[in-house]
Ligand binder design. Sequence first.
Ligand code: ADP
Ligand code: MG
Length: 726
Amino acid sequence: MSGIQARLNAISAVINYKPSHAPLNFHDTKPTDIFGCNVFSEKVMKDRLPKPVYKSVIKTIELGEKLDASIADVVANTMKDWAIEKGATHFTHVFFPLTGMTAEKHDAFLVPDGKGGAIAEFSGKLLIQGEPDASSFPSGGLRSTFEARGYTAWDVTSPAYILENPNGTFLCIPTAFVSWSGEALDKKTPLLRSNQALAKQAKRVLDLFGVDTKLPVTAYAGPEQEYFLIDRNFVFSRPDLLIAGRSLFGAKPPKGQEFEDQYFGVVPRRVLSFMMEVERELFKLGVPVKTRHNEVAPSQFEIAPIYEAGNLATDHNQMIMTTLRSVAKRYGMVCLLHEKPFAGINGSGKHLNYSVGNAELGSLFDPGDTPHDNAMFLVFCAAAIRGLHKYGAILRATVATASNDHRLGANEAPPAIMSMYLGEQLADVFDQIKKGKLKNSKSKGVMSIGVDTLPPLPMDPGDRNRTSPFAFTGNRFEFRAVGSSQSIAGSQVAINAIMSESLDYIATELEKATKGDPGKLNAAVQTLLQKIVKEHDAVVFNGDGYSEAWHKEAARRGLPNLKTTPEALPVLGSKECIELFTKYGILTEPELKSRVEIYLEQYSKTVKTEANLVVRMATTIIFPAAMRYQSELASACANLKAIGHDYKMGTLDDVTAKLRGMQEAVAKLEALMEHEAKDAHAEAKHLCDMVLPAMGEVRVYADALESVVADDLWALPSYQEMLFIR
Ligand code: ADP
Ligand code: MG
């Protein structure tokens, strides 16, 4: 099929789209019946497990106590019976390798009974530990292939669940993935470790304040997930979208997002159907998705769940991404989770709302009514200020990927400089602490919005500042630099680690100053808070993070500005990072070094694939189209000359010049791709500094050609078609 025919077919397929399956029967099944129906939940366990076993499991889940392995057989058996009732034939340990993906390997419950039949079997051993062939997962030198064994270990704190397929169902068991010698090969293990460290240090601070709580303190996460939906027919005609998940070519459309008519607009019908099915699938899995809306860019949307304990929220976010991708196909669309699928319009991020607390205490970042009274709140807040100031570069490194580089700092996402937005009220409180006088905080104003029938709304003390990467929003911090396709584990690990270190410091200082006398606490807190603010408030910035002035000011304040992935990633292997992570038992030096290696390699693979695509598409799709047009123009000129017209060859000259320019740019890019680098970092740097700009140069010519070549010769679906036909 010729290119242009594929494009026309795509458009016609979109226009004539009909749903391929019957609508959901939403009248008969209430959302409340569906929610959690495929989860081996606490309720299911309570109903089915013997009481002592149930109690033991709950202890592990709620109090973080070590799992009593002797109960595993009973749990496994009950889980198996429950799963089989739900039609499951197989089970799988689900794990999260460093690729950021979700991995699974299925095994049947059935084993031959030796008499020609089969019985279903599932032992405690199989529940607790699995052994997938781990040799193809990146380990960054942690494990050589000849000892490829990696183990998956049951994570009791994230419930097992059933996944459905029209042809059957299977049981999924969330697991951690570790090497033979116990090194973390995944995203979950360090997350669990960091949560433990946080719980321990937070407890020390709570003890000082005389706060008694049975439950461990935990981190909470509420990730807002942005994504694009594009008709799959367009994606099939665009090798770049299909392979790289982003467009490497495409002229700016006559209309982009400048009308600002998309944000919170009416959701298109097909998209709404998709969203409803996504939510229904996620409800079954117990994922508490709550909000849905259009985002700023055309064809961009957001889904956000209610926040949960960090580990669970992370697993659920992986399920959200998987579900978005798979349900989109049923509606003839592709869900693009890439951070920047289309140049010139907004990219997608994942705002990670983060707090520390537990069910008894609520959020420890919740100021209460007059913040300055709430010394404990100020202490936790100061811990965050100190941590972000000391270790901002580490947090920055956790969001460093090839795809997120296109978004960070592109005046739509926060800059790569890690700073903290506190809002006027809280900034004022800390300012007073710094000056040593703490009277009353600027009281929460009441916002009058001028409509008499509406009640007055209390003003959010952390009003919005979208340009800040780390913003206080009333009872939590919102870390806005995470990429839409990324796991939220890495950033949480870093925040938990820096919070642990700061709380450790604070607890130690306060313990020293009070010497067990609670009467001395207030004075000690005052002194310590003042010291922390004086030393670390350089990280606090309430202004416009996009402005040039801030970049200068940040440099003056000594805040790092690690603009690209090759600059940012090595921080994970730095001395201070190794010290921080080993001190709290989160990651060892080899584990950290392996991560730097793996992530650099992923960066390089991504950019190389894209560079290959640029060469291929420029050569086999764009060049032929432009050349056909050139030859049409040439013959038109010749014909006109032949009948005596004095024809100006402006367009022909223009097309010829652009074609030549593109060919030269492709040749230059190809030459740069030959480069042999001395190590992984040098390679990533070369790709970043040399290859990416060269790809951009090819694109400049190609996009210029798109704007002059006859539309009926152009084979690639245009931005306009992809973003506005749906
Ligand atoms: P917005 O787009 O206005 O920032 P959303 O409702 O889209 O708000 O998302 C906010 C996210 O923050 C939700 O996932 C919400 O559950 C979560 N959240 C709210 N309170 C907390 C908290 N204390 N800790 C962590 N996350 C929270
Ligand atoms: Mg939102």
